[in-house]
Design a binder for this molecule. Structure first.
Ligand code: EPU
Length: 417
C-alpha cells in the first residue's frame, strides 16, 4: 500500500493543467455499449476508476485500445452481460453499464454496488426508471438481474435528482421503442456532455441540462469521436490548495463555466480570481483566507465533491464557518483526520462548525474516500511539519498524477510504498 508524505512548505505557485473529468468519462465509456461501431474518446484521465471501467468493458467482450489519453472502444463482439461484484464494489460508477446493456442486449446482470465510505448510496432510482420502461428486474444474490425484449418509452419522475441514474436512463431511452420523458433530472455538466455524445451517435435527445429530458428512441446508434470535458472537481481542488497555502496559481485546460459556485466562494474567502475561456487564475496576495459558509446541493449549487476541500480551507481560515452536507449522509469521515492535525471542527448531524486556526500540525492520517484524500492533502500542504497520508489508493481513483502536479507548483510531496 502506498502513502504520500507532505511537508508544509509555503504557497503553491505556478501553472497546472487538469485532466478530463472522471465522472464524464465513466458514462461515455458505458455509452460505447450502445453501438457495435467503434467509439474514439480523447482526454481520458489516467485514473484508477477508468482502469476499472475498462477492465469491466473487456470482461464484457469489448475491445479496448488505449494510448495515453486516447481510447478506442469496440463493442461489436460483446459476449457477456455480467458486471461482477469484484469490480463493481471498487467502482460504483459500474452501475452505468446497466442501462446500455439492457437497452442493446435485452439483458443485464450487474452487481449491486453496496454502501461506501460516504453513505449507503442506493440505486432504487436506476431500477425504478428501467422498470417504468418495461424492464423485468429482480434482485438475486446481490445482483440486479434485468430483462426486457425491448425497452419502451415511458414518463418517469426521479424522486431525487441522481447524476448516474439520469445518465443510465438517458442511455437506455436512446435505444428504447418510443419517447421517454424524464423529470427531476440531474443538471450536472457530465449529464449534458453525455447527451451531446449520444446525439453525435444518432440519439434524439432534448432538454439535457434542464430538469426535463426528452428522448425519442432510435433503432440503432453509430460510432463517433468525442473529447472528455475538463474535470471541474480537480480544477476546484487545485484552486482550494492554492488558496489554503496563500498561493498564486493558474489552472489551465479547464472550463470556468462549470465552477460558478466554487469560484464565488473562493472570492468570498478573499482570493482574487481571473478567468479566460479555458483557464482560471487565483491569487491570494499572500493573505490568509476568510472562512466561508458552504452548503452542498445538486448542480448548479455547491458540489458535494468540493465539500471536503473547503472544510480544509476553513480549518485554516480567519474566523468561523459552517459546512453543510446535504447529498451524502456520511461524508464527514475526514473531520476526525483533520482534528488529528489540530483542526477545530464540531460535527452536529450533517453540519460541521469550523473555527479556523492559523496553523495545523502535520500528523499521520488516513484517507477514507476520494475527496477526503484531497482534503487531507490540502491540509498537509498548509500544515507545519510532516504529514503522512495512508491509503492513497482512494486518491488515485480520481486524481491523475496529483503528486507530480503539486510538486511542479512547489509542494514538498513524495510517495512511498
Ligand atoms: N440516490 C438515491 N437513489 C438512487 C440514486 C441516488 O436515493 O437510486 C441519492 C443518493 O443517495 C444521494 C443523491 O441521490 O443522496 C445524489 O446521488 P447521485 O445518484 O447523484 O450520485 P451518483 O450518481 O452515485 C455522482 C458522482 C459522485 C458525486 C455525485 C453527486 C459519478 C460516477 N459519481 O454519483 O462522485 O458525488 O454524483 O454529485 O458520476 C466522486 O467523484 O468523488 C463522487 C463520489
Amino acid at each position: 500500500m502506498q502513502r504520500i508524505i507532505i511537508s508544509g512548505n509555503g504557497p503553491l505557485r505556478g501553472e497546472v493543467s487538469v485532466a478530463g473529468a472522471k465522472n464524464a468519462a465513466l458514462p461515455i465509456i458505458a455509452a460505447a455499449l450502445l453501438t457495435g461501431e467503434p467509439l474514439a474518446i480523447s482526454n481520458v484521465p489516467p485514473v484508477r476508476d477508468i482502469d476499472t471501467a475498462l477492465q469491466l468493458m473487456q470482461l464484457l467482450g469489448a475491445r479496448v485500445a488505449r494510448e495515453g489519453t486516447d481510447l478506442t472502444l469496440d463493442c461489436s463482439a460483446i459476449d457477456s452481460v455480467r458486471a461482477p461484484y469484484e469490480l463493481v464494489k471498487t467502482m460504483r460508477g459500474s452501475v452505468l453499464m446497466l442501462g446500455p446493456l439492457l437497452a442493446r442486449f435485452g439483458e443485464a446482470d450487474v452487481s449491486l454496488p453496496g454502501g461506501c465510505a460516504i453513505g449507503t448510496r442506493p440505486v432504487n432510482e436506476h431500477i425504478a426508471g428501467l422498470e417504468a420502461m418495461g424492464a423485468d428486474i429482480r434482485i438475486e444474490s446481490g445482483y440486479i438481474k434485468a430483462k426486457a425484449t425491448r425497452l419502451t418509452g415511458a414518463h418517469f419522475t426521479f424522486d431525487v435528482p441522481s447524476v448516474t441514474a439520469t445518465e443510465n436512463l438517458v442511455m437506455a431511452a436512446a435505444l428504447a421503442d418510443g419517447t421517454t420523458v424524464l423529470e427531476n433530472c440531474a443538471l450536472e455538466p457530465e449529464v449534458v456532455d453525455l447527451a451531446l455524445l449520444l446525439q453525435q451517435m444518432g440519439a434524439r435527445i432534448s432538454g439535457a441540462g434542464t430538469s426535463t429530458i426528452r428522448v425519442e428512441g432510435v433503432e440503432h446508434l453509430s460510432g463517433t469521436a468525442h473529447r472528455v470535458p475538463p474535470d471541474r472537481i480537480e480544477t476546484g481542488t487545485f484552486l482550494v490548495a492554492a488558496a489554503a497555502t496563500r498561493g498564486d496559481i493558474t489552472v489551465r485546460d479547464t472550463n470556468p463555466d462549470f465552477l460558478h459556485h466554487v469560484l464565488g466562494k473562493l472570492e468570498q474567502a478573499g482570493a482574487r480570481l481571473q478567468t479566460g475561456p479555458d483557464w482560471i487564475q487565483l491569487d491570494t496576495g499572500g493573505k490568509r483566507c476568510k472562512a466561508v459558509n458552504v452548503t452542498t446541493a445538486p448542480y448548479p449549487a455547491f458540489p458535494t465533491d468540493m465539500q471536503a476541500q473547503f472544510l480544509a480551507l476553513n480549518a485554516l481560515a480567519l474566523g468561523s464557518a459552517t459546512v453543510v452536507e446535504n447529498i451524502f449522509e456520511n461524508r464527514f469521515m475526514h473531520v476526525a483526520e483533520l482534528q488529528r492535525m489540530g483542526a477545530d471542527i464540531e460535527l452536529q448531524g450533517h453540519t460541521a462548525i469550523v473555527q479556523g486556526r492559523e496553523r495545523l500540525q502535520g500528523a499521520p492520517v488516513m484517507a477514507t474516500d476520494l475527496r477526503a484524500s484531497a482534503c487531507l492533502i490540502i491540509a498537509a500542504l498548509a500544515a507545519d511539519g510532516e504529514t503522512t497520508i495512508d491509503r492513497v489508493y482512494h486518491l488515485d481513483r480520481g486524481y491523475a498524477n496529483i503528486d507530480t502536479k503539486l510538486a511542479s507548483l512547489g509542494a514538498s510531496i513524495r510517495r512511498e510504498s
